[in-house]
Design a protein around this ligand. Structure first.
Ligand code: KIV
Length: 277
């Protein structure tokens, strides 16, 4: 039986085969992503937007994340399962960060966590010390939407790129085993990738990263509230599903479903007995 990829094994992929990461939120998406060969299943806090119907990721709780991480971890056989630490779950204190990080592994079944930004380096160090591998995430960090002022590309000036590189180095030094770079110019992502010993995983960061990640609902065309420029939709399952479901509703209304092939029937003998009764 296949064994799940570990965080150190993923870290060792730096400069080797490109890492393919997808988000997953339940048994169905985990199965699809893993069958496709994804190396990493990220139970992202994008859960809030694509599954739970929130406007952004800020309302997602630890309980939401654990509930969905458990479903993905139960399903995953070979991919590394990474749980995304939600807004407010690691900013209060180092103790809070470690406690919640440990819950992702012990209760959720994840084998690593991800947290956003470079402002909580002590928490990253403490998590790593406690045996919780940490994936960093810099550039566009949706949990800081209120500060950033919207979903827009980051590090678009030389000075901002210098700061981003410093954040990436700080996170690597603090013990991160990999780093997500979101919505930054390709040149900046390439520079960061070339200066780190840990793999970078880009989303809207160009082709120069060690791997790529996308939200599975975006890849499959299942989320149409907005589609960022960096998303490639590989299928239009949203419109295909809408057509299928409309056909079902029409069939129900017009009596076209269920047909004889969907029915259970009594045997002739049992029917006669029933009539006598
Ligand atoms: O929450 C998420 O899905 C993410 C990825 C987009 C990197 O953080």
């Amino acid at each position: 039986m296949a064994r799940q990829l570990t965080a150190p094994e993923l870290a060792a992929r730096k400069g080797g085969d490109k890492i393919a990461m997808l988000t997953a939120y339940d048994a169905a998406t985990a199965t699809l992503a893993e069958r496709a060969g994804a190396d990493v299943l990220l139970v992202g806090d994008s859960l809030g937007m694509v599954v739970l119907g929130y406007e952004d990721t800020l309302s997602v709780t630890m309980e939401d994340m654990l509930h969905h991480t458990k479903a993905v971890a139960r399903t995953a056989k070979s991919a590394l399962v990474v749980g995304d630490m939600p807004f407010g779950s690691y900013a209060v204190s180092v103790e809070q960060a470690v406690e919640n990080g440990l819950r992702f592994l012990a209760e959720g079944g994840a084998r690593a966590v991800k947290l956003e930004g470079a402002k909580h380096l002590e928490a990253v160090r403490a998590l790593a010390r406690a045996g919780v591998p940490v994936m960093g995430h810099v550039g566009l960090t949706p949990q800081r939407l209120a500060e950033i002022g919207g979903f827009k590309a980051q590090a678009r000036s030389a000075e901002a790129a210098r700061v981003l590189l410093q954040e990436a180095r700080d996170l690597e030094r603090a013990g991160c085993f990999s780093l997500v770079l979101e919505a930054v110019p390709s040149e900046v992502a390439e520079l960061v990738t070339s200066r780190l010993d840990i793999p970078t995983i880009g989303i809207g960061a160009g082709p120069g990263c060690d791997g790529q990640v996308l939200v599975i609902h975006d890849v499959l065309g299942l989320f149409d509230r907005f589609t960022p420029r960096f998303v490639k939709r590989y299928a239009e399952l949203g419109s295909a599903s809408a057509e299928a479901l409309a056909a079902y509703v029409k069939d129900v209304r017009q009596g076209g479903f269920p047909g004889p092939e969907h029915e259970f029937r009594l045997s002739g003998e049992e029917r006669e007995k029933l009539e006598e009764l």
